[in-house]
Design a protein around this ligand. Structure first.
Ligand code: SAH
Length: 265
């Protein structure tokens, strides 16, 4: 058997009950197209095949695992295993639409992957639902509400475009090799109508990065970095600059990003 690679976040899920529970979230049928990120040794892949989706793509970065999977699933004509880096494919998208995406994500790049899905230039996007597993701590940050210590960039970005649902935690004992921490499964559905129309998502990225750069401090300093001497912006938004970033609601970040974007018109 192949030796798991740490740098590719290879912890394979071996608990069949949990695998079944994850698959169920997607409500698969023969009309669906599925994308799996990081199929690994094919534990989830096998169960997805059994649901007989119309089309099934799996993207695996590890060459050896890709070869292994191609042999293991040689008889499945609907499944296409591609040796590539998911980070390079998200923006491009796929020829299909309304894709159901599964991923027991490699931990070291899980937030990077999620953020790429959020910041797609085309919206509504090419996917219908993302069913992702994260380290529990990361999932806690994603679902965090304002005024908690987990609240930050990640929850602000996610809530802008995605409907987030927490499903269940998974013990580290369900994996081989066993990671140091537990995991959590979340799913995300794209919001069709976004309440805050930020034309270029990169401005929301900059705004959240700047305002959260100093969690413990009042936002006034970082706010002037964004708007120079323009103090009327805070007034327009009815924003008290003596607050810490974690005290602000999601909505105000989106409003700030819309104002910030206007500077570049
Ligand atoms: N889904 C499998 C494996 C999860 S481990 C299971 O649950 O058992 C994460 C997998 O993602 C590994 O197979 C790893 O090789 C793969 N991977 C890591 N980085 C990747 C990337 N950038 N693009 C695609 N796959 C990646």
């Amino acid at each position: 058997m192949l030796k798991p690679k740490k740098n590719l976040g290879q912890n394979f899920l071996i608990d069949q009950n949990i695998i079944n529970k994850i698959i169920k979230i997607g409500d698969l049928n023969k009309n669906k197209t599925v994308l799996e990120i990081g199929p690994g040794t094919g534990n989830l892949t096998q169960k997805i095949i059994e649901m007989r989706p119309k089309k099934f793509l799996a993207i695996e970065k590890d060459k050896n695992l890709t070869e292994f999977l191609k042999k293991k699933f040689a008889n499945n004509e609907n499944l296409k295993i591609i040796n590539d880096d998911i980070l390079d494919l998200i923006q491009k998208g796929f020829s299909e639409k309304n894709i159901t995406v599964y991923g027991n994500l490699p931990y070291n790049i899980s937030t990077q992957i999620l953020v790429k899905f959020i910041l797609l230039s085309k919206w509504p996007p090419w996917f219908d639902i993302l069913i992702f597993m994260f380290q529990k701590e990361v999932a806690d940050r994603i679902v965090a509400k304002p005024k908690t210590k987990e609240f930050g960039r990640l929850s602000v970005l996610c809530n802008w475009r995605l409907e987030i649902k927490k499903h269940f935690d998974i013990s580290k004992n369900c994996f081989s090799p066993r990671p140091k921490i537990n995991s959590t499964v979340l799913s995300f559905k794209p919001k069709r109508n976004i309440d805050f129309n930020i034309k270029n998502p990169k401005y929301l990225e900059i705004v959240t990065r700047t305002l959260f750069s100093n969690r413990r401090k009042m936002i006034n300093k970082s706010f002037t970095k964004l708007f120079k001497k323009n103090s009327s912006v805070a007034k327009d938004l009815n924003l008290n600059l003596k607050q810490r970033p974690e005290e602000l609601d999601n909505e105000i970040f989106y409003k700030i990003a819309m104002k910030y974007e206007k500077l570049f018109d």
